[in-house]
Design a protein around this ligand. Structure first.
Ligand code: ZN
Length: 453
């Protein structure tokens, strides 16, 4: 592939016709990219502002259907939390668009590449170094906002349980784990890009699929325990209820575990991991503290509903199909000179004296990762819509298997404890919400007070 780009660029100096064609495609690509980057930013800023205004307007009154069950103080706290987070989100959006612009059209990636070419020459090490430096720099740019949201926003609303020491330990561990897993994977994909011929992207996709499937098995067993402790569930009455529920629904699992989520945050959750009979159920300790036995059972039944309706399998298949499309697109784009020059990067030319050409594979990967979200942001309403539909189906399953009243009160408690707003902006919901707002979910649950109110 590198050869194709090099040939392509070679043509440029020979042919009087090629430069104009190349330059104009490159210019169109630049304009398209810049337009979508700006349009996406404006759209997201507009949505966030709508959300802030809507929540602020409804801050002073609990919605009628919830008036009997949610105190005004809790409603106001949820509004303040949502508004604070959304306001900070405005800053983050602008910053992340500026960072994408900095890497691409303003020449950041090009400068980094040139510098590493000078230091290491063109080859596998230079390419790996380019990916690693990019990841380190991007990670460093994100640190201040991660610190601010944990130690200022989450802290102010009483959710943060982390010390700076734990935060730093997490950072160190995740960087090491990321490097240990990411670098060999990146090396393998770069090698395929250089050695597997025109259909390298198909092989790379197979590797990517295999890697993701492996991660699903390895993550709960070896990676999650690096960050959290998992104890077998000891509460006997809950264990009996949960086991009975799973048998009733035809599920086998490798065990029920409690995770020390409270080490980091007061937000509560429960999830499944693993495959087939190796599935584990993991409850955050914060969830068990907040909910009654019946409510925990209802939350679990909701999760089982996702399995019964094959949402998980379908999501995985969908992800594989989309990534196949992505790899094929990358395979095509990486051979086009305008793909690089249009995004502010001069592809590598032949390096004098060395084995012919310097590959552009790492550059292609990074530009692709930077460019794709600029266009896919407009698809988020589609994915959000599908996800909300799945949530309704899982709720319906939970209602059929357990008590609707338990599910309803669990949802309300989790909303209140997580300070989620009950009055989100409807347009914002359509665009982003993976879960329907509590009002809509409760309205569909029989025997919940909200549905009769
Ligand atoms: Zn769900």
């Amino acid at each position: 592939m590198a050869g194709i780009v090099a040939d392509h660029l070679h043509l440029r100096s020979d042919s009087p016709f090629f430069p104009t064609a190349h330059v104009s495609t490159s210019l169109i690509w630049t304009s398209l990219f810049a337009f979508f980057l700006l349009a996406g930013l404006l759209l997201r800023l507009w949505l966030a502002t709508r959300q802030i205004r809507h929540v602020a307007r409804h801050r002073n009154a609990v919605p009628a259907a919830f008036a009997a069950r949610i105190p005004l103080a809790a409603h106001e706290r949820a509004a303040d939390y949502t508004i604070t987070k959304s306001r900070f989100g405005l800053v983050e959006m602008a910053l992340s668009a500026a960072v994408v612009l900095g890497w691409t059209l303003l020449g950041g990636l090009d400068a980094l590449n040139q510098w590493l070419m000078g230091a290491l020459g063109g080859g596998m090490w230079q390419q790996l170094a380019l990916l690693a430096c990019f990841a380190l720099i991007s990670g460093t740019i994100d640190l201040p906002s991660s610190l601010y949201s944990t130690f200022v926003i989450e802290q102010r609303f009483g959710f943060n349980q982390m010390s700076l020491r734990l935060w730093l330990a997490d950072l160190l561990k995740s960087t090491l784990v990321g490097a240990l897993i990411g670098l060999p994977l990146a090396a393998l994909i770069l090698w395929l890009m250089g050695a597997a011929g025109q259909l390298w992207w198909l092989w790379a996709w197979c590797v990517w699929m295999g890697f993701n499937l492996l991660l699903m098995v390895v993550y709960p067993l070896f990676i999650a325990p690096i960050f959290n402790q998992f104890q077998p569930l000891e509460d006997d009455s809950l264990k009996a209820r949960v086991t009975a529920l799973m048998q009733r629904c035809g599920f086998t699992s490798k065990g029920l575990f409690v995770m020390d989520g409270s080490r980091r945050s007061a937000h509560a959750n429960a999830y499944f991991t693993g495959f087939g009979a190796g599935k584990r159920v993991v409850f955050f300790d914060t969830l068990l503290k907040q909910l009654s036995v019946g409510e925990v059972e209802a939350v679990l039944a909701h999760e089982l509903g996702h399995f019964k309706h094959k949402h998980i399998t379908r999501r995985i298949i969908g992800m594989f199909a989309i990534s196949l499309l992505g790899f094929a697109l990358l395979g095509w784009l990486s051979t086009k000179g305008w793909f690089y020059t249009g995004l502010g990067v001069m592809p590598n030319f032949n390096v004098a004296g060395v084995d012919g050409s310097a590959p552009n594979d790492a550059l292609a990967l990074l530009l692709f990762l930077l460019a794709v979200p600029v266009f896919t942001v407009f698809l988020s309403p589609l994915f959000a819509q599908m996800s909300r539909k799945h949530e309704f189906e899982a709720d319906a399953y939970a209602v059929a298997q357990t008590q609707g009243a338990d599910l309803a009160s669990a949802l309300l408690k989790l909303h209140e404890d997580n300070a989620s707003t009950l009055t989100p902006d409807p347009v914002y919901v359509k665009f982003y919400y993976s879960h329907p707002p509590a009002t809509e979910r409760l309205a569909r649950i029989p025997h919940s007070q909200a549905s009769t109110a």
